[in-house]
Design a protein around this ligand. Structure first.
Ligand SMILES: NC(=O)c1ccc[n+]([C@@H]2O[C@H](COP(=O)([O-])OP(=O)(O)OC[C@H]3O[C@@H](n4cnc5c(N)ncnc54)[C@H](OP(=O)(O)O)[C@@H]3O)[C@@H](O)[C@H]2O)c1
Length: 281
């Protein structure tokens, strides 16, 4: 059986390596397949253009592209068009995978004024880019009975060190008012995808992927400063979290038997600070 990863970057590669380690054949589609590590068969493919043949024994497809820039055109092409194109290629080649998982984002939710958000909450962000991600979800769920959407919150991990860099450079500011943030370590995001495509017989259409502790941004920055032995950042005015305040509840994912290696930012950032893992190019 083959697993096809369409848009095989940092997250897709981590998923692919984990599945390859379990003995699966993994094919990675991206425009620069030469960057993929041994264990993943790289195939040059631009998801916005006619696609190469789909391996006929493809059992699982993971769509994990990312837009190169924050414009509507880039989002439409990387999410809506790419997802439709992958489905077209499956139909063209008469391949019916058991599972097609689209990596989405909790950005599809708008502002919840700090309230808990679940899979049942209305995904009605008015941000144009978020609406396009939602549209791509609907393309998958509308066209396939085998589709699953995993909405991830902010990914951090090896080489994804924006907050650490802010603290070390002295640019970090503790928000004057509490500011909810939600995150997931790259390795937990990859593990959740592997779990959903291998261990859950009848997945729900949508899952939220975020660690167990929505947390105030200031608390994370204070923790990082303490771990790094640096002075606490100053308090000040910080622009509100892009997309609005909410607390993401990943209880449905956990109810399928998934458990987090990094249930909170503390374990996750300690691993990052200890230099554990690499960001895949
Ligand atoms: N960053 C976050 O905090 C966050 C939060 C929630 C969800 N997500 C989602 O997580 C997913 C994976 O993110 P990531 O960190 O793994 O991103 P990444 O490292 O940038 O990987 C995305 C990959 O997609 C490939 N790609 C982009 N456009 C393509 C195209 N037209 N045709 C073929 N391949 C294409 C790129 O490879 P080539 O350039 O070689 O084509 C790249 O390797 C994305 O779906 C993103 O929306 C991210």
């Amino acid at each position: 059986m083959t697993v096809l990863i369409a848009g095989c970057g940092d997250l897709g590669t981590e998923v692919g390596l984990r599945l390859a380690a379990r003995g699966e054949r993994v094919v990675g589609w991206r425009r620069s397949p030469g960057r993929l590590p041994a264990g993943i068969e790289g195939v040059a493919a631009d998801l916005t253009r006619p696609l190469p043949p789909v391996p006929e024994d493809t059992d699982v497809v993971v769509v994990a592209t990312a837009a190169g820039e924050r414009t509507e055109a880039a989002y439409r092409s990387a999410y809506v068009d790419a997802t439709g194109n992958v489905l077209d290629a499956l139909e063209r080649d008469g391949v019916s995978p058991r599972r097609i998982l689209f990596v989405s984002s909790t950005a599809v939710y708008g502002d919840f004024d700090g309230a808990l958000v679940t899979e049942e909450s209305p995904a009605e962000s008015t941000a144009p880019t978020a609406r396009l991600v939602r549209e791509a979800e609907q393309v998958l769920l509308g066209r396939s009975d085998h589709g699953t959407v995993l909405r991830l919150s902010g990914i951090y991990g090896p080489g994804r060190t924006r907050l650490i860099d802010q603290v070390t450079s002295g640019e970090a500011v503790l928000p004057a008012e509490p500011q909810w943030t939600n995150r997931i370590h790259r390795d937990d995001a990859a593990a959740a995808i592997v779990h959903l495509v291998t261990a859950v017989a009848h997945p729900a259409p949508v899952y939220l992927g975020s660690d167990e502790l929505p947390v105030d941004l200031g608390e994370v920055l204070q923790f990082l400063a303490a771990e790094l032995g640096l002075p606490e950042p100053p308090r000040g005015e910080v622009s509100p979290t892009r997309g609005g305040a909410r607390r993401v509840d990943s209880g449905l994912l956990r109810s399928t038997g998934f458990s987090f290696t990094y249930p909170t930012y503390r374990e996750g950032y300690r691993a990052v600070l200890a230099g554990k893992g690499v960001r895949h190019p």
